[in-house]
Design a protein around this ligand. Structure first.
Ligand code: GLG
Length: 828
């Protein structure tokens, strides 16, 4: 079961650039000058981190030139992308490759006696996001710059991004992440773009002009939002957009009177409270966060962004009423949904528009993307908290709701008990358990278009969570299937494969991924297959080295690399994968001399710190790993690895090295997934359920090139309605029962035999995510995968067809669709 071998591919050199002598000298001198004059370092004393900063500053200078060209002309319409998360990762390879300067930089650094790879390793990840939602925002920013959509991203400049994960005896430990500890060479502080953001206080009625009463909000507290811009350079440097991140600062840095009175700590208490807003990213993924600080973060960045973009519009066009013609605002999930009452407040209270006009402007400018239908992730805020923190916004929400409900009542839906239930369902206020504002309903109602992120997810939006609102306005919900930027996830992450593609179908593939189709003709050509396999082998060897270094486990690069990397969540079903691993372990032990397909199971991902069950799943994976890896009878047939501290840059190392991509969520629960696209593009075969974008991936790569198993979304719902479905499924599957018994009996946790009972008991009693229902089919498909791997020609043909057919999943395609059908904006 060995992959065919061929010479290892050297790394890909971007053909757009020839490192011309002059350019190398220019850049070399520019890096040298930055090191001396911006950092105050000599080449002898410089650490890799200093070389990184000097190189980034030199590259930034070259971005700024392009940036100023983009800024000179006022575009007819701009897109504003509001997101509480931007999971950017490192920026250096993006910047170098998009400017066509990778080889120039490499040569310039070489002349200074420095290795580019070491410099790149010194860049910290900007981890301002949790997972797919935040990474999508980063891909969209890159694609908008690449295809020339005039856009600005708005978010928070967190001092500490997503926590650093380590393992202590298999238990997850969290430590603060410190990406800004030595500054951020990519950003420009823009203190001139500072806004006062209010909280609390009261609403007064000011003078009635021409019979119209103007409301005035007098906040009790204000925090300053200070802009920091990170330039986002597009492919071939043609266009540069900005990502504007807000930092929270206090109005007064210190209370001098208190300080002089001896209270040195109390004197900065107000400052600490203000700055807390941009201190840390909430590590919550797919769960609503109920902290007051979280609501403060949401309002802080939304209000600063709305004020900023309205001010820009008025400066350019003079009249706030034409905002919808020149601005399209996209709300990334409900986190910025407070934009609806905030824009209304500005238009009513500051610009003096009449309600109808303000509502027209608002509902023709805002658009909302939904990313999940999981009930625990749908944001709601207690009315009491909103009234205290944002009293004027709460008034406006009440008014919007009143008009919305009146409108429906007018349409004859009054009187009956049915009608009351209907109004309760469409109301912006949920009264079922305390009074809470439904942020999804608010965003839906205030938006011109609402989109889901895969075909299935959009259908489910229409038929479940938003069904009543959808019936009122059937054109409002549209589908925009997610995408990924090929620059990062193909060109930069997999230079060997990109070079092979360029050599096979031409350099045009770098601009037009549809040309990847041309690889199909080579899917069974032995010479091409050998080169494709060699690229994979090189990436697997590199990953094996990372695994050895970080976990001490030796894995054989010839084995099938079976990968599940993503946030740890019950609906994503890492536990299904681990139980299958236990069952495989038992099978190998029972028949050690059979011809097993050697596998390495690779896991990585973080659990939300308060998510007890998810952390226990990590511990189980680690405990199973230890037992399996230490068992001499198993040897190289099965290895299990949990890589700590999953991140964007680690993903860039893992994905090109994967043979198999695990996308095994319970059908109907993963809105789209985007990791699934990255793996398939790089030629890993998917084992997956018919969930999210897996369905569309199957449609593109062909059903014979993907391994599908398990219940479909309607089957899931039907099964959940059956009594005792889990107990009956376990009874019907001796293999599943044996694996569960082994875990429950403490075989993997001899020091604490009952440790995993919470997991096994939950499966037996409830099994909300239908692991028991899908287990046997999952086992079956995994054995089919074993057999497929033993036929290398067949395997590589499938892999190559995956790469060849994934072009549609480019985020450039997604951004063109948004531009045409949602934003109605012209490409620059
Ligand atoms: C979500 C979903 C993913 C989706 C991503 C981007 O869970 O399925 O791919 O957003 O739309 N909360 C998320 O990460």
């Amino acid at each position: 079961a060995r992959a065919p071998e061929a010479p290892v591919a050297a790394s890909w050199t971007a053909p757009v650039l020839s490192a011309s002598g002059d350019a190398v000298v220019d850049l070399r001198e520019s890096i040298r000058a930055k090191l001396a004059f911006a950092l105050g370092r000599t080449p002898e004393s410089a650490r890799p981190r200093d070389w990184f900063a000097a190189t980034a500053l030199a590259l930034r200078e070259r971005i700024v030139a392009a940036c100023m060209a983009s800024e000179r002309s006022v575009p007819n319409k701009r897109v504003y992308y509001l997101s509480l998360e931007f999971l950017i990762g490192r920026l250096m390879s993006d910047a170098m490759n998009n400017l066509g300067l990778t080889e120039t930089t490499r040569a310039a650094l070489r002349e200074l006696g420095v290795d580019l790879d070491a410099v790149q390793e010194a860049e910290p990840d900007a981890a301002l996001g949790n997972g797919g939602l935040g990474r999508l925002a980063a891909c969209f920013m890159e694609s908008m710059a690449s295809i020339g959509i005039p856009a600005m991203g708005y978010g928070i400049r967190y001092d500490h991004g997503l926590f650093r994960q380590s393992f202590e005896d298999g238990w997850q430990r969290e430590a603060p992440e410190t990406w800004l500890a030595e500054g951020n060479p990519w950003e420009f502080a823009r203190p001139e773009a500072t806004y006062a953001i209010g909280f609390g206080g009261a609403v007064t009625m000011s003078s009635a002009e021409a019979g119209v009463i103007r409301r005035h909000w007098q906040p009790a507290e204000t925090v300053r939002a200070v802009a920091h811009d990170v330039p986002v350079v597009g492919w071939r440097g043609r266009h540069v957009n900005a990502l504007r991140l807000w930092k929270a600062e206090a109005g007064e840095p210190v209370d001098l009177a208190r300080f002089n009175g001896g209270d040195h700590v109390g004197a900065v208490a107000a400052r600490m409270r203000a700055e807390a807003i941009s201190r840390v990213l909430y590590p919550s993924d797919s769960s609503a966060e109920g902290q007051e600080l979280r609501l403060r973060q949401e309002y802080f960045f939304t209000a600063a962004s709305i004020q900023d973009l309205v001010a820009r519009h008025v400066a350019e066009r003079g009249d706030v009423r034409s905002l919808p013609d020149h601005a399209a605002i996209q709300l990334n999930d409900t986190h910025p949904a407070i934009a609806v009452p905030e824009l209304m407040r500005l238009l009513l209270d500051v610009y003096g528009l009449a309600w109808e006009d303000a509502w027209h402007v608002t509902t023709h400018t805002l658009h909302y993307t939904n990313h999940t239908l999981l009930p625990e992730a749908l944001e709601t805020w207690p009315v009491e908290l909103m009234e205290r923190l944002l009293p004027r916004h709460m008034q406006i929400i009440y008014l919007i709701n009143w008009m919305h409900l009146e409108e429906q009542a007018k349409h004859g839906r009054q009187g009956s008990a049915d009608a009351a239930a209907y109004l309760a369902a469409i109301s912006l206020i949920d009264e079922s358990h305390g009074r809470r504002v439904r942020m999804g309903h608010l965003a839906f109602h205030g938006a011109r278009r609402v989109n889901g992120v895969s075909a299935l997810h959009t259908d489910l939006m229409r038929s479940t969570v938003f069904s009543d609102l959808h019936a009122l306005d059937p054109d409002k919900i549209v589908n925009k299937t997610n995408g990924i930027t090929f620059r990062r996830w193909f060109h930069n992450a997999n230079p060997g494969l990109t070079r092979l593609a360029v050599e096979t179908v031409g350099a045009g593939v770098l601009d037009n991924p549809e040309l990847l189709r041309g690889l199909e003709a080579q899917a069974e050509d032995p010479a091409f297959v050998a080169r494709y396999a060699a690229v994979r082998r090189e990436r697997k060897e590199a990953l094996a080295a990372i695994i050895a270094e970080r976990t001490g486990i030796d894995v054989d690069p010839a084995a099938l690399f079976d990968v599940q990397v993503k946030r740890i969540h019950e609906y994503k079903r890492q536990l299904l994968n681990i139980i299958e691993t236990v069952a495989l372990y038992q099978a190998i032990k029972a028949e050690p001399h059979r011809d097993w397909t050697p596998r390495v199971k690779i896991f990585a991902g973080k659990a939300a710190p308060s998510y007890v069950q998810a952390k226990l799943i990590i511990k189980l994976a680690c405990d199973v790993a230890r037992a399996v890896n230490d068992d001499p009878e198993v040897a190289d047939r099965l290895k299990v690895v949990f890589l700590p501290n999953y991140s964007v840059s680690l993903a860039e190392s893992i994905i090109p090295a994967a043979d198999l991509s695990e996308q095994i969520s319970t059908a109907g629960m993963e809105a789209s997934g985007t990791g699934n696209m990255k793996f398939a593009l790089n030629g890993a075969l998917t084992v997956g359920t018919l969930d999210g974008a897996n369905i569309e991936i199957r449609d593109h790569v062909g059903a014979e090139n993907i391994f599908i198993f398990g219940l479909e979304a309607d089957g899931v719902r039907a099964r959940q309605a059956e009594p005792d479905y889990a107990a009956r499924a376990i009874e019907a599957s001796p293999r599943l029962a044996a694996a569960l018994d082994m875990i429950a009996a403490g075989r993997f946790s001899p020091d604490e035999p009952g440790r995993f009972r919470p997991l096994t008991d939950d499966l037996r009693r409830r099994d909300q995510y239908l692991l028991t229902a899908d287990f046997d089919d999952y086992w079956r498909v995994q054995r089919a995968i074993d057999a497929a791997w033993r036929d290398p020609r067949g395997w590589w043909a499938k892999a190559i067809r995956n790469t060849a057919r994934m072009a549609w999943f480019s985020s450039d395609r997604a951004m063109r669709e948004y531009a045409g059908e949602i934003w109605r904006v012209r490409l620059g």
